[in-house]
Design a protein around this ligand. Structure first.
Ligand code: FPP
Ligand code: MG
Length: 326
């Protein structure tokens, strides 16, 4: 059974709501490329973890208006989808969900434009939907307009920077991934008028899961096969990203020297040799161990919410992440 089925969440409603946003957009002509590209992207699926988190968050509140929860869940999934358009351009990644990435189909300038348009439209919709809910509006627009971009910028700004500290890595990981997950649970709960402490606990739980998830994603970039990844193993390093396994591996001085010699002009074969060494270094195990610590903390946070029946839903989400993280 999928996570959505276990949690009794109908993901079709999310997809329909997002398609509705696109269809009802008065500025998108019916047969325009933008409209078609956006619809295709939304329909191409994805795990829909973020909307699931919004819905589960709302189950901790006193009064959840189901339609409003679906609307919020859809907006936040839209944010995620829009960010991936830019991410694939920045990462020079040609596939997404086993399909050609948007920029491959439309060319980079059009895809950049579509990503910008979507983000601008989402922020506009938020100001309409939540005009009477200052706190929600403030949290959402800050996150969407600032934190995601900041995370991606921190990543970009540190390309081929092998002196990046682990703290900087964790900060950009928080900005680009964990904050959005935390915000989904937080805002779902806030919309349903949950208590302040509960909202904070859900936020922390989501943040810890998000950190574990991204660290593990960075490990998988080394350990999974090219077939599973849909890109060469070690692509992050080839793109200049010193992710956590690399930062840990650099504590071995001899290996650090070889990693430092890699730059934008290095032939792929030389990258491949170093990638093999990183795979067998303790950097992989140490990064996995940190991911586990975040998971353990998240588990202990469920205990604090045990008086709510929806704590069981958090457990299901936790187990879903655990399967990925094992
Ligand atoms: C995936 O990371 C990317 C993100 C989690 C966020 C990217 C955010 C932006 C590009 C900012 C977008 C902002 C605007 C205004 C459009 P990854 O590359 O590690 O994961 P992947 O393997 O799924 O590509
Ligand atoms: Mg990427």
């Amino acid at each position: 059974m999928n996570l959505d089925q276990m949690l009794k969440i109908d993901l079709n409603r999310i997809e329909k709501e997002i398609i509705k946003i696109i269809k009802n957009d008065p500025d998108l002509p019916k047969n325009s490329d933008v409209r078609k590209s956006l619809t295709d992207m939304v329909r191409s699926g994805g795990k829909r973890l973020r909307p699931i988190m919004v819905i589960v968050g709302s189950r901790f509140g006193k009064e959840a208006d189901e339609n409003k929860v679906i609307q919020l869940a859809s907006l936040l999934e839209f944010v995620h989808v829009a960010s991936l358009i830019h991410d694939d351009i920045i990462d020079q990644s040609d596939t997404r969900r086993s399909q050609p990435a948007l920029h491959v189909k439309t060319g980079v300038p059009t895809a950049v434009h579509i990503g910008n348009y979507m983000m601008a439209r989402i922020v506009e919709l938020m100001t309409v939907y939540y005009k009477d809910r200052d706190q929600i509006l403030n949290d959402l627009s800050t996150l969407v307009t600032t934190q995601l971009c900041l995370g991606e910028y921190q990543q970009l700004n540190n390309r081929f920077n092998y002196d990046m500290t682990i703290d900087t890595y964790l900060l950009k990981t928080s900005n680009k991934t964990a904050l959005l997950m935390a915000t989904c649970l937080q805002q779902g709960a806030r919309l349903a008028k949950a208590e302040r402490l509960v909202i904070e606990q859900l936020y922390d739980f989501g943040h810890n899961l998000g950190m574990a998830f991204q660290i593990r994603d960075d490990v998988l970039d080394f350990t999974q096969s090219a077939e599973v990844l849909g890109k060469p193993s070690g692509s992050d390093l080839i793109n200049g990203q010193a992710t956590l396994p690399v930062l840990y591996a650099m504590e071995d001085e001899a290996l650090a020297g070889r990693i430092r010699s890699l730059n934008v002009n290095t032939p792929i074969a030389a990258f491949e040799e170093v990638i093999e060494e990183i795979k067998t270094s303790d950097g992989i195990d140490r990064a996995n161990a940190l991911s586990r610590q975040y998971m353990d903390t998240a588990w202990s946070q469920i205990d604090m919410l045990k008086s709510f029946p929806a704590a069981r839903d958090l457990e299901q989400i936790w187990y879903y992440f655990e399967e990925r993280i094992k």
